[in-house]
Design a protein around this ligand. Structure first.
Ligand code: NAD
Ligand code: TYD
Length: 351
């Protein structure tokens, strides 16, 4: 029975990953270690909270003592580090916490795993650390070309720079100590359980409340969208078969402008849910500082080496996603209750 330490498992992708894995494998144990920041929500895991193969521990990845206790208590085979501060806009306002969690937290986790997994100077067999990174570490593309694993790191925002720094530390643990690691760099994810500070759930929530939809700049920035379950499938494949020390890009060639995403959501809700929701809700607002223009992943390596391919077409995935948020109003009310209004007013109403 393999034991997975999943950090940040109460967030968007981590919780989807835990659901995916517990559905796919009956003979694994998952320890979800999460600080429960504003972005972490145990409701995302309520359907599996009683699963005997699932354990939740609240904690910070910067807390070495607590991490060490975990490694002493459980024979952990795999670490999958999802834990991060993940929102670019927040990183522009408050970079420091991004360095703490994303860089120092990653080093604390790497170091604790390394110590626990080393015996007489050698790593024990069958262990692996996987760093969940992002395509944003590569910077921004022009109209042509794609990010490959050989594209130099050229991050711009405090968020992406903290992720790039963490990637370099993971690489250093491989190069220096031969620690068994992989890095995955995925494009923008969408699907259930994403905190509504990110574009897609924010737009759906604003449509549902007939609130203005803020579109940054000219709305023509491009993101490469992947349904979250396809990301989870890729991580599972990299853990099992990824070549040690390698990075893998994950993306399905689903590039869309932001305004296309916004209009697609409005149009679906207009036609199927509420005819009073229309494009009058769109408000072009001041551009994000340092706004990356285009992301686009070349997934050839993970396709050729591991046989990964995305299963969900964007057109199907976006409808599934819109329906999920509209069907789960309690979830949305819950995550927008706490400090969300304060965040939203500060961000969009200059309050
Ligand atoms: P998220 O913000 O939804 O969740 C982050 C989780 O980490 C939360 O549960 C939070 O409580 C937890 N956390 C934060 N700080 C912590 C700390 N110090 N110790 C322990 N737990 C902590 O993020 P997400 O969108 O699920 O992203 C997960 C990972 O995937 C991140 O590393 C992110 O960089 C990466 N990623 C995200 C996307 C995307 O589109 N969302 C794309 C590619 C890569
Ligand atoms: P986001 O979901 O924050 O992801 P990321 O910045 O990591 O790609 O934003 C996706 C795109 O949507 C990005 O180009 C910024 C833009 N955006 C808006 O136009 N309005 C919004 O309210 C938000 C949150 C994002």
């Amino acid at each position: 029975m393999k034991t997975y330490l999943v950090t940040g498992g109460a967030g968007f992708i981590g919780s989807n990953f835990i659901h995916y894995m517990l559905k796919k494998y009956l003979n694994i144990k998952i320890i979800n270690y999460d600080k429960l920041t504003y972005a972490g929500n145990l409701e995302n895991l309520k359907f599996i909270s009683k699963n005997p193969n699932y354990i939740f521990v609240q904690g910070d990845i910067c807390d070495r003592e607590k991490l060490q206790q975990l490694f002493e208590k459980y024979d952990i085979d795999y670490v999958i580090n999802f834990a991060a501060e993940s929102h670019v806009d927040r990183s522009i306002r408050d970079p420091e916490v991004f360095v703490k969690t994303n860089v120092l937290g990653t080093v604390a986790l790497l170091d604790t795993a390394k110590n626990a997994w080393t015996l007489e100077g050698e790593f024990k067999q069958g262990k692996k650390y996987l760093q969940v990174s992002t395509d944003e570490v590569y910077g921004s593309l022009g109209k042509e070309g794609y990010f490959t694993e050989k594209t130099p790191l050229d991050s711009h925002s405090p968020y992406s720079s903290s992720k790039a720094s963490a990637d370099l530390m993971v690489k250093a643990y491989f190069d220096t100590y031969k620690m068994p690691v992989n890095i995955t760099r995925c494009s923008n994810n969408y699907g259930p359980y994403q905190f509504p500070e990110k574009l897609i759930p924010l737009v759906i929530n604003n449509c549902a409340n007939k609130r203005d939809i803020p579109v940054y700049g000219d709305g023509l920035n491009i993101r490469d969208w992947l349904y979250v379950e396809d990301h989870c499938k890729a991580i599972d494949m990299v853990i099992n078969n990824g070549k040690l020390g390698e990075a893998y890009n994950i993306g399905g060639h689903n590039e869309r402008t932001n305004i296309y995403i916004v209009k697609t959501i409005i149009s679906y809700i207009h036609d199927n849910v509420d005819p009073y929701v229309d494009e009058n809700l769109i408000k072009y607002v001041e551009d994000r500082k340092g706004h990356d223009r285009r992301y686009g992943i070349d997934p050839t390596k993970i396709k050729d080496e591991l046989g990964w391919y995305p299963e969900t077409e964007f057109e199907d995935g976006i409808i599934k996603t819109i329906k999920w948020y509209l069907d789960n109003k309690d979830w949305m009310n819950n995550v927008t209750s706490g400090d969300y209004k304060k965040y939203y007013d500060r961000m969009y109403k200059n309050k």
